[in-house]
Design a binder for this molecule. Sequence first.
Ligand code: PLP
Length: 368
Amino acid sequence: MDNIQMVDLGGQLKHIRKEVDEAIANVLNTTAFIKGEDFKEFTSELALWNNSKHTIGVANGTDGLQIAMMALGLKPGDEVIVPVFTYVATAEVIALLQLKPVFIDVEPDTFNIDVRQLETVLTAKTKAIVPVHLFGQISNMNSINEFAIKNSLYIIEDVAQAIGAEYNGKKAGNLGHIGVTSFFPSKNLGCFGDGGAIFTNDDQLAENIRMIANHGQKVKYYHDVIGVNSRLDTLQAAILRVKLKELNNYIISRQSAAQYYDQELSEVDWIETPGRFEDSTHVFHQYTIKVKNGKRDNLKEYLQNKGIPSMIYYPVPLHLQKAYSGLAVKGDFPVSEQLCDEVLSLPMHTELDDHQLEYICSTIKSFK
Ligand SMILES: *Cc1c(COP(=O)(O)O)cnc(C)c1O
């Protein structure tokens, strides 16, 4: 079996190459590289697709998170609750704005925030929660919302891995005050470089977000607040318009690959397949298993030798990262620490066929 990839961007592009080429050529012909027609069209098409009143294109997901926190008026010293088992971007922007990241652990089966821990870290300075919808499944938003309302907290959803996932019929990004997604190439809706978007259903927040993302100005050369420069390139927006039309199909492809993995791997007694949360659909940005009995690293190497790539998302929880040391110590978040030793993400993309899936699963089962 040749050429199994973690993410097959080339294979995916083949199906839409003609439209993408035309879209790029069209931007080149107009030379409107900044906030051109495709930028406007894409953000309104995405707003419609996501059922979000406002969608604001930004330069990347990390910028989106930073702008979201600025738009909420969070001030130095304010505390923001984040899971320790996630990509670093979430905590990074909190720290950069001189807010305080307050870590909590995740659930061992869904990999998302363990809501029972919210109460234990609440202080008078707590201002916001960032639920990260990790690997494509939405966090326990009913409980998070209930807690946020009770304690007057903001919710910023990190939708970077979960665009299109639904929670009791509502799309990710509409379940808090602000939602932020990323169009990094390997994300479920990826562009060909960096890109991101912010969702909100609140008019005032949308105005703040637009202003902050645009140097703090509403009227050109009149700067009301300190802002940043963050926008989605017209070229990326043009490409994303083509891919947005395919997104529902992309999600279905990922879900059917996941179903295959589930069926084949749930019978393996040293593997745990990813847990599902009944209120959320799962769009499988990653299909992440837990490998028990200390076999993870050996399995990874075994698969590599058989031509099957796999990845460890994530090898180190945030509280054990050098940059964030001092906020907690080893042992504080045992679930995340154990996950970092056990998780293995298998190839997951829109182009996986049954032959590849069969080969991957039978190879895993042949490992002793
Ligand atoms: C990818 C990702 C981000 C950051 O997005 P960029 O566009 O790369 O800046 C943030 N949070 C999570 C959970 C991600 O997976």
